[in-house]
Design a protein. Structure first.
Length: 147
């Protein structure tokens, strides 16, 4: 593929990666707010470490603003984010599995199934956007030929 033909493809892939990362940033911020509402920052040691993802995300936005595809960087963001967040909520060793997150709002301080459902939708959206960012980063690498 020649460089002239590759540029629009690379530009559109970069835009897609940035939009997904922006969605991930918004959902991540909402999810951290959920932790604060539930007081979970004190029960989950990884909570304070999870804030490190935001400066890492910022690095990807900086790369993109300089015209870089940075698919490899976005894949790095995915790996760091997923390794940090998924074990907290998914799997047999989860500290805060989905039923606990939902149950806090239903049986806890707020007595609100709607708030519990919103917290779950935000969490699942966050995990989904992480997986989508990974898929698009890998697709970008395959289509453009570089990270």
């Amino acid at each position: 593929m020649n460089i002239v033909a590759a540029r629009p493809l690379e530009d559109s892939l970069r835009t897609g990666l940035v939009l997904i990362a922006a969605l991930l940033t918004i959902l991540g911020t909402l999810h951290e707010g959920d932790h604060l509402l539930r007081g979970a920052q004190f029960s989950v040691p990884a909570f304070s470490l999870s804030f490190l993802i935001f400066p890492i995300l910022l690095g990807g936005f900086v790369y993109a603003s300089r015209g870089k595809l940075a698919a490899g960087y976005w894949l790095f963001v995915v790996i760091v984010g997923f390794v940090a967040a998924a074990p907290t909520h998914l799997g047999p060793a989860a500290v805060e599995p989905l039923p606990i997150v939902y149950g806090y709002y239903v049986a806890g301080a707020y007595n609100s199934p709607i708030m519990g459902a919103v917290a779950i939708v935000i969490l699942l959206g966050l995990l989904g956007s992480v997986l989508l960012l990974a898929a698009v980063a890998i697709y970008a690498r395959l289509r453009v030929g570089h990270w």
